[in-house]
Write a protein that binds this ligand. Sequence first.
Ligand code: NAP
Ligand code: MG
Length: 401
Amino acid sequence: MDKIKMTNPIVEMDGDEMTRVLWSLIKEELIEPFVELNTLYFDLGLKNRDETDDAVTTQAAEAIKEHHVGVKCATITPNAARQEEYNLKKLYKSPNGTIRAVLDGTVFRAPIIVKGIDPYVRSWKKPITIARHAYGDIYKAVEMEAGVGKVELVYTDPFGVEKRETVHELDAPGVVMGMHNMRPSIESFAKACFNYALSTHQDLWFATKDTISKIYDGKFKEVFNDVYEKLFKAEFEKAGIEYFYTLIDDAVARVMRSEGGFIWACKNYDGDVMSDMIASAFGSLSMMTSVLVSPEGNFEYEAAHGTVQRHYYKHLEGEETSTNPIATIFAWSGAFRKRGELDENKELMEFADKLEKACIDTIESGRMTKDLALITSLENPEVKNTQEFIKEIRKTLDGLI
Ligand code: NAP
Ligand code: MG
């Protein structure tokens, strides 16, 4: 068989620890035998980030801007312990934060569903994709402790005119917080969600607490509604999908009773909390995919989990590991499908489908990594180590191609 050709490159970002080990195994066993791989390779491993004073991360993000599709391995966000371990010049920022700052986008997370790994919520049949607004609110808030006295919000416009609102006349010591968001950020979040709903053909849900927060949350509701009416309503109707707004507590209740199969757009804090709930309720962090979608139509695919440090240390000591590569493989298949779509490369898109099917079929046949074997409803699962499991997927893939 001839290898599949790629017209335009994918921006490939290598990473750290156990996921770096997975990265090269996946390429060697599941990709390079089938695809004439055309990537722009950036090594985001912590050592190289340190050697380049983290310039490599920004270069990779700029490359995604130019070529529109990237795939990223999990990377270490250094803390003090890591600084010592890797003898770092300084504490670098989270690569994902740096990339997001360049691309400006929304992160969509969706679980991979397989038979035998059953969601804890019985009604869920299809994935629920969480879209989290990644700017502002309590994540950019200022807070203070205050004693007895008056707390005010003061806004000064560019001409020096002030607007004041009393927060509270404190008659006892307490705490106060001021937070903000900006219309363009909410707008680009809304556009990313509507676009992603169209491109994945799913309904979009959005919820806030606008009955209580009439101005702040009210603005979110208004912006979503404006963007929908002006830019997306006609397309949604044509596609036969729906935009649905409700209160956040009502949304939570409906999500629990739903079948899944929609995108749930969340304000920053709601997304932080709900994405962890959704991930664990669907079974496993190792089966969660993640894609950053920018307003200009750039896509960066990755697994939602980290570098699986504990497994890596075992691996370094020569012990056997059973690390689940599925979300990392789906990052590659997601990137291939998008590259194929943008380049009208049908073969590449079909390969993405087959690669995913090979993963799912292998698990459904009872061969899986330890994390899944612990939660599967299939009887007598065969636990495979990291290398064996990837070889099993290869066998299934060979049968599909
Ligand atoms: P983690 O790497 O996601 O791992 C947490 C635990 O979840 C693991 O110890 C493992 O449990 C289980 N797990 C996660 N992925 C798995 C997989 N593919 N197969 C099997 N089990 C899996 O999170 P962390 O330990 O908090 O973080 C480690 C490093 O990753 C940190 O340096 C952090 O900065 C980085 N990180 C990067 C990203 C990213 O690049 N997107 C995201 C999160 C964290 P058991 O040990 O019980 O088997
Ligand atoms: Mg969280």
